[in-house]
Design a protein around this ligand. Structure first.
Ligand code: FMN
Length: 178
């Protein structure tokens, strides 16, 4: 077990989400001292709401990002881009003080029904995050297409290739965080 604190962010809210399973597999492989599962059930970004103060759950997320040694983000692809849930979270956190993403080691994962396994969600997420200046890992890319054929009933990845790629990515993330 490492001595590191890992934050997991899943861009899908549904209970049976493949991306949640993927995020949890990443956390098992990373083997942190502490794993925090971020809450993305935030209000929709609204400038009027912001004028009343940053919502407590948004500030909690920003604080978790700041406190983490590393972050893993698993996001689904919705209509060729990242989910609105994830974009909403990025938008809110960008309005908090202290630049929580700055220099933060971040690994991106995706599981999607389409053949590309969420390649476009990764691309749009990378693009949106550039301005926050995290240490975004460039690879290896972990893209899970046809996720129903990749996970067993316990949510574990069944096939060697994705496990090898995820292991390599988590090794990179641990190195970047250490
Ligand atoms: C609104 C919506 C749009 C979607 N668009 C895409 C898409 O552009 N590409 C793709 O591969 N899958 C798309 N899908 C299918 C998702 O990849 C699939 O539902 C996936 O399981 C969602 O991730 P989750 O299991 O973590 O919730 C879409 C699903 C929804 C609900």
């Amino acid at each position: 077990m490492s001595s590191l604190r890992l934050l997991g962010i899943c861009g899908s809210l549904r209970k049976a989400s493949w991306n949640r399973k993927l995020m949890l597999e990443a956390a098992r492989i990373f083997d942190p001292a502490e794993f925090v599962d971020a809450n993305l059930r935030l209000p929709l970004y609204d400038g009027d709401l912001e004028a009343e103060g940053i919502p407590a759950e948004v500030q909690a997320l920003a604080d978790q990002i700041k406190a983490a040694d590393a972050v893993v983000i698993a996001g689904p692809e919705y209509n060729k881009a990242m989910s609105g849930v994830l974009k909403n979270a990025l938008d809110w956190v960008s309005r908090t003080k202290g630049g929580p993403w700055r220099d933060k080691p971040v690994a991106i994962l995706s599981a999607a029904a389409g053949r590309a396994g969420g390649e476009r969600t990764q691309m749009t997420l990378r693009h949106a995050m550039l301005a926050f200046r995290p240490r975004l890992l460039h690879g290896p890319e972990v893209l899970i297409a046809a996720p129903a054929q990749e996970f067993d009933a316990d949510g574990r990845l069944m096939n060697d290739r994705p496990v090898a790629l995820l292991t390599e990515l988590m090794d990179e993330l641990r190195r970047a965080a250490g």
